[in-house]
Design a protein around this ligand. Sequence first.
Ligand SMILES: *[C@@H]1O[C@H](CO)[C@@H](O)[C@H](O)[C@H]1NC(C)=O
Ligand SMILES: *[C@@H]1O[C@H](CO)[C@@H](O)[C@H](O)[C@H]1NC(C)=O
Ligand SMILES: *[C@@H]1O[C@H](CO)[C@@H](O)[C@H](O)[C@H]1NC(C)=O
Ligand SMILES: *[C@@H]1O[C@H](CO)[C@@H](O)[C@H](O)[C@H]1NC(C)=O
Ligand SMILES: *[C@@H]1O[C@H](CO)[C@@H](O)[C@H](O)[C@H]1NC(C)=O
Ligand SMILES: *[C@@H]1O[C@H](CO)[C@@H](O)[C@H](O)[C@H]1NC(C)=O
Ligand SMILES: *[C@@H]1O[C@H](CO)[C@@H](O)[C@H](O)[C@H]1NC(C)=O
Ligand SMILES: *[C@@H]1O[C@H](CO)[C@@H](O)[C@H](O)[C@H]1NC(C)=O
Ligand SMILES: *[C@@H]1O[C@H](CO)[C@@H](O)[C@H](O)[C@H]1NC(C)=O
Length: 404
Amino acid sequence: MRIKLRYLSSSFLLLFFLCYVQSQEFLPNTTGYTCSPNQTTNQCQTYAFYRASAPDYRASAPNLLDLASIGDLFSVSRLMISNPSNISSPSSPLIQNQPLFVPLTCSCNTLNTSYSISFANLSYTIAQGDTFYLVSTYLYLNLTTYQSVMIVNPTVVPTELEAGDVVQFPIFCKCPNETQLQNQVSYLVSYVLQPSDNLSSVASMFGTETQSIIDVNGNNSQTFETIFVPVTRLPQLPQLTQPDAVTPASPGAGKTERKGVNRGLAIGLAICGVLLVLVTGMLIYSEVILKKRRKRKSDDAEKQKLQFDKGGKGFKNMEVNLMADVSDCLDKYKLFNIEELRAATNDFSEDCLIQGSVYKGFINGEVYAIKMMKWNACEELKILQKSRPGNTILILCIDCKFSV
Ligand SMILES: *[C@@H]1O[C@H](CO)[C@@H](O)[C@H](O)[C@H]1NC(C)=O
Ligand SMILES: *[C@@H]1O[C@H](CO)[C@@H](O)[C@H](O)[C@H]1NC(C)=O
Ligand SMILES: *[C@@H]1O[C@H](CO)[C@@H](O)[C@H](O)[C@H]1NC(C)=O
Ligand SMILES: *[C@@H]1O[C@H](CO)[C@@H](O)[C@H](O)[C@H]1NC(C)=O
Ligand SMILES: *[C@@H]1O[C@H](CO)[C@@H](O)[C@H](O)[C@H]1NC(C)=O
Ligand SMILES: *[C@@H]1O[C@H](CO)[C@@H](O)[C@H](O)[C@H]1NC(C)=O
Ligand SMILES: *[C@@H]1O[C@H](CO)[C@@H](O)[C@H](O)[C@H]1NC(C)=O
Ligand SMILES: *[C@@H]1O[C@H](CO)[C@@H](O)[C@H](O)[C@H]1NC(C)=O
Ligand SMILES: *[C@@H]1O[C@H](CO)[C@@H](O)[C@H](O)[C@H]1NC(C)=O
């Protein structure tokens, strides 16, 4: 059955592609919004207007009624969405269709010598049942199109997607040009026209003029097309308060997913506990003592870790505290073991030191900021997170209560 469905939707895609090739000029900007790469305004921070939802096109479709899963989709943290969206408690569930502003890093991307389009480049990991069309339509809510996804991923065959494949989804966006910046346009917010909208209702929602929307988009925008709303500042979104009675549309799915995440977190934090001790040991000795002794020290730490594990209870408490701390201040993180961090930073060498206690590290070809820090450093974490939006930050060198 699944195979059949998949086959069907694949043919559907193919069919559409053929139609598209034949009637290219009559379709609105399905392949993306062209841009000139030599603009001074080549890259910008902007926002997409997004509506929380619980899509159900496949059994395991993420429940997008909480900020963490929307954040995952857009590679941003909950706080980066809740702040511009007038949401005071980032961890509470969202209401169906709740309006949000999701931050995007927008740039003009040159795909070949004659073709540049403007988008935010987001990595998405394909799950069983996903197609370019379904993900564009129901997860990214038409902020991109499968046609554009195909263009941006020329080597990926849309009919041969497998769970785990990583695909770049180009979320449509635009940066204000020089004229617009002079006219105090700070953002061109990406907005997907809904069947119930007209340009004047959109203009009044954003506190701007219909004409300024037409200036940017023309007067021929179609339903479900992305338009760009020029604003000086983001309007405050009227957030409905969450009535206690309202439950997410598919609470079951949400719950099991959350459970999985929590288990993952618990395992991660167990590793983290080990790290804590190891790293503390290393911190104390690395500055003073030669490499040989450092090695012996980490053996000592290993022993301590074992003793600590035997204590059991202490470890458990720590885990709980860590969990609270981590989820309070940071929701995009990865855990690495100390050997990985060591390898990444060339044994925390001076060469890798960026500033203070922040090191630059390479892990699996990606660059990370690795910071040695005292625990309960939420403020610092937030700052790091802000300064590198979209990047996972990491972490974990802790001078903790259980120090050696
Ligand atoms: C959008 O598409 C229309 C028609 O295809 C085209 O005239 C217009 O220039 C496009 N806009 C951008 C920004 O690419
Ligand atoms: C970009 O370059 C093209 C030709 O290379 C030029 O015609 C155009 O004016 C440039 N645009 C800007 C905004 O500099
Ligand atoms: C550039 O890419 C676009 C979209 O994929 C394509 O239509 C166009 O033919 C390409 N041009 C060149 C010169 O390769
Ligand atoms: C999008 O991001 C991926 C990985 O982050 C990168 O490999 C790819 O070249 C990017 N695409 C564009 C058009 O910038
Ligand atoms: C996206 O657009 C398609 C039509 O192109 C429409 O059927 C679908 O409902 C839209 N998705 C959302 C979430 O509105
Ligand atoms: C736009 O929609 C609003 C209601 O959403 C309606 O009152 C208004 O008359 C519409 N304007 C136009 C020009 O259709
Ligand atoms: C900036 O964009 C507006 C609207 O698309 C356009 O009218 C104007 O000519 C552009 N200015 C420059 C310098 O490209
Ligand atoms: C849309 O714009 C074109 C020219 O830009 C104009 O001729 C036409 O009357 C406009 N249509 C409406 C409904 O405003
Ligand atoms: C922002 O949200 C609060 C509730 O959290 C609400 O009272 C307030 O009216 C909202 N602001 C606007 C402009 O709607």
